[in-house]
Ligand binder design. Structure first.
Ligand SMILES: Cc1cc2nc3c(=O)[nH]c(=O)nc-3n(C[C@H](O)[C@H](O)[C@H](O)COP(=O)(O)OP(=O)(O)OC[C@H]3O[C@@H](n4cnc5c(N)ncnc54)[C@H](O)[C@@H]3O)c2cc1C
Length: 473
């Protein structure tokens, strides 16, 4: 008998799940999914037991996207086969639990790279499609959904639907970005991007304030494949928004005389030890005492001083894209309360005013962000899109028992600033955005279209997550 054919779920499958930053927790029954049939059985079981279901990839969204308090979590990482890879065309078909790490390691030695990646390689393709992730090349390549040739998903009715931009197009544009609320991805076909070297050329320069930070992103994006800004979140007054821009371009054919060697996986490896001695897995323990307002102010100043030199250098793709993986478990250094991220997307015309207001508010309240990252974006056609012709700013905040309520209040005030300046929110990141704010930025018509599709795919409302209940209440 299939172990899922229980009338009820064994108690030992009830466990606590967390978000990436360990600041949110929810207990659920966990079902390990190994094949498509398991998803069908899980839906049947959930229906019988009256429980809600959420798919979960690696579970490293910054918020409650893959949490489902009191319900069932489908752990998708067991469906992790790369089913087909064609180095001649760059087309790859994967099960939804395949991670970006598995993917780039498979395609890179053949001269290809995933067209859009997150700042960590640990995410699964199912999670990436549900959030419709963006990379540092969003202004040029759009979100990951624009590189999906086709996917197959199971809806809670048990139907297996195959979607592409021309087949079941309404579901294609809604399931990608759809927070896993219309069905569970099983298989995804993507087109990779050609590369001619394992290296990428990076230009780095400093910017003295927010105005120059944003104008640099705007002016320099068209000349590069990728652009990203780091922002000193403690700087104020005339220096508010100062930081550093990294703008990178893939090397053209023939520009890397050692392309054969640099495209080997061994060249892309992020070392396990710092200075060849200290295991990086232990580093977060040493960072812990510095993760406070004073320590991070010093880190931001030191980083800005070292950023003053304008320079160009070459870096491996893995180093450039996955800097955040360099120190494993770095989020643990934020301590017991953990961390959350707040990412807002603002039109290029209003971004400066909005972010100045937010950063000043964070200083006034004594709740500074410890890390700020800016990117350049363009709009896309997906139903629950977060992108915009403008910029995004991601801010990391330390959460403590003492500041949790005040932080939550401040982030809700941030939401009002974003809405007033015609901005948007990203459902894989924000933890505070309410149903009212969601309706305000998406518009009632989009919310109604999404709910209509949900009724069609999920007539018994089986798919729900903590995030869904918060933003589509
Ligand atoms: C360090 C770090 C850096 C990041 N950088 C970026 C970045 O640069 N750009 C960006 O856009 N995002 C970024 N993110 C966010 C991250 O890419 C998304 O949250 C992504 O969804 C996480 O993937 P996951 O596999 O952990 O998904 P989970 O967190 O497990 O799930 C995310 C959503 O996907 C759904 N889901 C998961 N699997 C399936 C499936 N098979 N079928 C249907 N739905 C499914 C879940 O229900 C949930 O709604 C970053 C996150 C971290 C921790």
């Amino acid at each position: 008998m299939n172990p899922l054919n229980f009338m009820s779920l064994p108690l030992n499958t009830f466990k606590q799940f967390e978000n990436f930053g360990h600041s949110l927790k929810a207990s659920s029954y966990c079902i390990q999914i190994k094949q498509t049939e398991d998803i069908y059985e899980a839906f049947q079981l959930a229906k019988r037991l009256g429980l809600k279901v959420t798919a979960r990839g690696t579970g490293i969204s910054y918020n409650d996207a893959s949490l489902n308090g009191g319900g069932i979590v489908l752990k998708m990482t067991g469906m992790n086969q790369i089913q087909e890879w064609d180095p001649a065309t760059g087309l790859v078909r994967c099960e939804a639990g395949v991670t970006l790490e598995q993917l780039w390691k498979r395609v890179e030695p053949d001269g290809w790279w995933p067209p859009v990646v997150s700042g960590t390689m640990k995410t699964t393709l199912g999670g990436c499609l549900s959030a419709n992730i963006h990379g540092k090349n969003n202004f040029r390549a759009g979100p990951i959904g624009e590189h999906v040739i086709e996917f197959t998903a199971m809806t809670p009715t048990g139907a297996l639907v195959t979607c592409s931009p021309t087949k079941n197009a309404d579901l294609f544009y809604a399931m990608i970005s759809g927070l896993g609320m219309l069905g569970v991805f099983t298989s995804i076909t993507l087109k990779m991007k050609r590369i001619y070297s394992g290296l990428i050329s990076v230009d780095a320069w400093h910017v003295p304030n927010l105005n120059r930070q944003l104008s640099s992103l705007l002016e320099h994006a068209p000349d590069h494949d990728y652009i990203v800004g780091w922002l000193d979140t403690f700087a104020h007054g005339k220096s508010l928004g100062r930081g550093q821009i990294h703008a990178a371009s893939s090397l053209k054919e023939g520009e890397d005389p050692n392309a054969h060697a640099t495209m080997q996986l061994s060249y892309q490896h992020l070392p396990d030890r710092l200075f060849g001695v200290m295991p990086k897995s232990l580093l977060h323990h040493f960072m812990n005492p510095f993760v406070n307002n004073l320590g991070w102010r010093a880190v931001n100043i030191a980083k800005y001083v070292t950023a003053l030199r304008k320079h160009t250098f070459r870096q491996s793709h893995a180093e450039f894209h996955f800097l955040l993986d360099y120190v494993p478990n770095w989020e643990r250094s934020f301590g017991r309360g953990g961390l959350i991220q707040y990412q807002s997307f603002l039109p290029k015309e209003t971004a400066e005013n909005a972010w100045r207001a937010m950063i000043e508010l964070s200083h006034q309240r004594g709740l500074p962000s410890y890390l700020g990252v800016t990117k350049r974006h363009r709009p896309d056609k997906f139903l629950l899109t977060h992108a915009i012709d403008g910029f995004s700013l991601a801010l990391d905040f330390k959460v403590t028992d003492k500041n949790r309520a005040r932080l939550s209040q401040m982030l809700q005030e941030f939401d009002q600033i974003v809405l007033k300046q015609c901005g948007r929110f990203y459902f894989a990141k924000n933890s505070e955005t309410s149903a009212e704010s969601t309706r305000a930025f998406l518009g009632s018509e989009v919310v109604a279209r999404f709910k209509k599709l949900k009724k069609r795919c999920d007539p018994n409302d089986l798919l729900e997550s903590d995030l869904y209940r918060r933003v589509f209440r």
